[in-house]
Design a protein around this ligand. Structure first.
Ligand SMILES: [Zn+2]
Length: 124
């Protein structure tokens, strides 16, 4: 019985082919026989894209880094009484008052006013 779990070697082959500039369709044609040997299934472009996606190759490292840097630069310096935590409202990491769960930006926004009752239940 063939395993459904792909070997790292096969995944690497797919990723290498993407690096070479092949499309998902071309890769599925190229590695089809290897794939069916490993899994007993037919390799299609969605499988290739899935491997690429899971390996994090869809977003280039530099993009992720610059996104992270942008986010980080928005966070102001630690202030006494504030801790860094995920805002319950906007889900962003912000410096938030220790007794609060909502970032200052959301606190000021209209949406917070309307949903504040809901958040009380979420608080510890
Ligand atoms: Zn927020």
């Amino acid at each position: 019985m063939s395993s459904n779990v792909l070997s790292d070697k096969f995944k690497q082959k797919v990723l290498d082919s993407f690096e070479e500039g092949l499309s998902a369709k071309e890769i599925s044609d190229k590695l089809c026989s290897d794939y069916s040997k490993e899994t007993g299934k037919v390799l299609n472009r969605n499988v290739c894209l899935g491997i690429k996606f899971r390996a994090g190759k869809c977003i280039t490292t530099s993009k992720v880094e610059s996104h992270y840097r942008q986010r980080k630069s928005r966070i102001t310096k630690a202030t006494k009484g504030y801790i860094q935590r995920k805002c319950l409202c906007c889900q962003k990491e912000e410096w938030i008052e220790e007794h609060c769960r909502i970032c200052p930006t959301c606190k000021k926004s209209e949406s917070f006013k309307y949903s504040s009752e809901e958040f009380q239940f979420v608080q510890r």
